[in-house]
Design a protein around this ligand. Structure first.
Ligand code: NAP
Length: 266
């Protein structure tokens, strides 16, 4: 199987490295199409795989093509590969907000998978929601899932609308977590910890809490109950969170992200 990744940026290179590390493709069968000759040349010297700057030299060779440019760069990218794409090729788009219908119309293809990965994919700890069109065969879908699994976990969704929902939860989600961490780091500094001490306390608290959550069959509320005792310190913090409707704010924030994802794809 020959794979072409269009866009040698953060996500494109994350995929390239994950596929190679997991030996799912050989460097000979992995191609990356860059915007400029200079970038292709530079990446060719520092990375494994074959790097191109001319779509005519790589698109028709690929069995599977990953679209990993920014959504605003998609019109020019479509223009470059239109006419070179073939109906037998499978397309995976990770572009936020670009609808399957738009890709089909722009490229005249129908085997399309739309996926929403997230940033921890860079260390193999991401989560990707994905959906596909009917012409993608079961074998092709399994192959794609194996590829996506090299960057973490995957969740297949039937409805394309759920890709927007995943964008609002897991796509944007790492930023929500960092926002909460940042506030806790600031609180720790105010209490007298140095920057590095504050970061250690907060980062390990997040890692430990999530690891524990993943290892046992207990809800978040159940775990909160194990930390907070009536009239204790945790309860004092939770009372402020409840009084200031922090929970509702987080739900509203995710909802705003969903609405923005829908607007971008409209
Ligand atoms: N980063 C995330 O956490 C994340 C999560 C989920 C989904 N996504 C999606 O992933 C996509 C890529 O994001 P990113 O963070 O990897 O962006 P990025 O680092 O900016 O990478 C995009 C790359 O595409 C290249 N490019 C632009 N137009 C091109 C063209 N016509 N032909 C070939 N290459 C072209 C750019 O080249 P130049 O550098 O030369 O301009 C750049 O290297 C976006 O659509 C985004 O919505 C990202």
């Amino acid at each position: 199987m020959k794979i072409l990744i269009i866009g040698g940026g953060n996500m494109g290179l994350t995929y390239a490295q994950s596929f190679l590390r997991s030996r799912i493709v050989t460097p000979d069968n992995l191609m990356v199409l860059c915007r400029t000759y200079e970038k292709a040349n530079h990446l060719g010297e520092t990375h494994e795989g074959r790097f191109f700057s001319d779509a005519r030299h790589c698109v028709s060779e690929a069995d599977l093509i990953i679209l990993a440019v920014k959504p605003q760069d998609s019109p020019r990218m479509f223009e470059q590969i239109r006419g070179l794409a073939e109906p037998s090729q499978v397309f995976i788009s990770i572009m936020a907000g670009v609808r399957i219908e738009a890709i089909a119309r722009e490229l005249g293809v129908n085997k399309i998978i739309r996926a929403m990965p997230n940033l921890p994919a860079q260390i193999g700890a991401g989560v990707t929601a994905f959906t596909s069109t009917d012409p993608v065969t079961r074998i092709e879908l399994v192959m794609v899932q194996n590829l996506l699994n090299t960057t973490g976990k995957t969740l297949y969704v039937e409805q394309e609308a759920m890709i927007d929902a995943a964008t609002a939860i897991s796509g944007s989600g790492p930023a929500y977590v960092y926002y909460f961490m940042n506030a806790m780091i600031q609180a720790a500094r105010q209490m007298g910890f140095s920057d590095s001490e504050a970061e250690l306390l907060v980062a390990q608290t997040f890692t430990g809490a999530v690891d524990l959550y993943n290892k046992a069959d207990l809800s978040c509320e159940g775990w909160i109950g194990k930390v907070a005792s009536k009239g204790g310190t945790t309860e004092a913090a939770l009372k402020i969170f409840r009084d200031t409707a922090l929970h509702e704010d987080i739900v509203a924030g995710a909802q705003a992200a969903l609405e923005r994802a829908r607007e971008l794809g409209a």
